[in-house]
Design a protein around this ligand. Structure first.
Ligand code: OSB
Ligand code: MG
Length: 357
């Protein structure tokens, strides 16, 4: 699927998405999950192709034909597979949708969600000029979005943040570095501290928590971890050493709804707010993100925004819409609450494989 606008981060530019969808059928019901891996191994080691391989060779054959009661029973089946969280999440999330449809209840309620309306933020990529960025921010603020995240990288940071703050003194603003900095940049972060930024997301190395703890000691602005957190254990250790004050929870990166719920509960008990990150998903992945954002400790606006910001045509009906107040209302329909458009999906599918019982 072609993105309406190229999306640039410190690790590269994305123009097209190769989206891998998992469909799980039991009896009369079908559930849908999305693998959120990128096209190349730049955000994480996983790609659409590594996920395809691991799903086809291991995860799906180990799951199909097994008898279990709840989606929450899936993870132990693939417990001996190390890593490949996005591939596992694609399968697990399809099972959660399936279970919710079998029970005739919305997924967000099955997950334990309480929030009927969720607050939405946007993530704005690196632009070719500051004026262009200011224009984009203006558009999103007018559309009602409740928090603006800008991508930063060396050379596109302090001046940009200063000018954004001058132009928009009141907006909730944050910066996401996608691991572009090191501890040598502490002074730069101290300077950026002056602009009332909600948080710096993943400023340092994508596997690190130790240096993040050091950086957090020197700055007022909360550090938020994204890339470094792959499991509830990672979250516990990061919180134990004060490497962050906020966590961006991504469904694919942490391996599916079961782990999201475990991280959510841990962070709630430790007083760490969380929010739902995005991976330029199609409507299928987006609908899962909307559902999990209803858990009570998802208390900050997520990168969960309208279909029309990404796609000319989305894979689901209705498309995801955001109100003028910057909110998405949970669907009361069973499962993910949006219907996958089977004909359209089939039309644009390049490859598919079916695993019979
Ligand atoms: O770091 O949060 C990130 C997109 C792809 C990979 C990593 C990230 C992002 C985003 C976009 O920030 C969020 C979205 O709008 O889906
Ligand atoms: Mg991020």
């Amino acid at each position: 699927m072609q993105l309406l606008h190229p999306f640039e981060t410190s690790f590269g530019v994305t123009r097209e998405r190769r989206i891998l969808i998992v469909k799980a059928t039991a009896g009369d019901h079908t559930g849908y999950g999305e693998v959120t891996a990128g096209e190349g191994p730049f955000y994480s080691h996983e790609t659409s192709e590594t996920a395809w391989l691991v799903l086809c060779d291991f995860i799906v054959p180990w799951t199909v034909g097994k008898s279990f009661e709840r989606a929450a029973d899936f993870m132990p089946l693939v417990g001996s597979i190390r890593g490949h969280n996005m591939a596992k999440a694609g399968m697990e999330n399809a099972l959660w949708d399936l279970e919710a449809r079998q029970k005739g209840m919305p997924l967000w309620k099955l997950l334990g969600g309480e929030r009927e309306r969720i607050e939405c933020g946007v993530s704005i990529g690196i632009q070719s000029s500051i004026d262009q960025l200011l224009e984009k921010i203006e558009t999103e603020v007018r559309a009602g979005y409740r928090r603006i995240k800008i991508k930063i990288k060396p050379g596109w940071d302090l001046d940009v943040i200063r000018q954004v703050r001058q132009t928009f003194p009141k907006i909730r603003l944050m910066g996401d570095a996608n691991s572009a900095y090191t501890l040598d940049d502490i002074d730069l972060f101290k300077q950026m501290d002056a602009f009332d930024i909600m948080m710096f997301e993943q400023p340092l190395h994508w596997e690190d928590i130790i240096d993040h703890a050091e950086l957090q000691k020197h700055i007022q602005t909360p550090v938020c971890l994204d890339e470094s957190i792959h499991s509830p254990e990672d979250a516990r250790k990061a919180i134990d050493i004060a490497a962050c004050r906020i966590i961006n929870v991504k469904l694919g990166r942490v391996g599916g709804h079961s782990h999201v719920r475990a991280i959510h509960d841990l962070c709630r008990d430790r007083g760490i707010p969380v929010w739902c990150g995005g991976m330029l998903e199609s409507g299928i992945g987006r609908s899962h993100n909307i559902a999990l954002s209803s858990l009570p400790n998802f208390s900050l606006p997520g990168d969960v925004s309208a279909s029309k910001r990404y796609w000319a045509e989305d894979l689901i009906s209705p498309e995801v819409e955001v109100s003028p107040e910057g909110e998405i209302t949970q669907s009361q329909a069973p499962g993910i609450g949006f219907e996958p458009r089977e004909d359209f999906i089939e039309k644009i599918t390049k490859r598919s494989r079916t695993f019979p019982v």
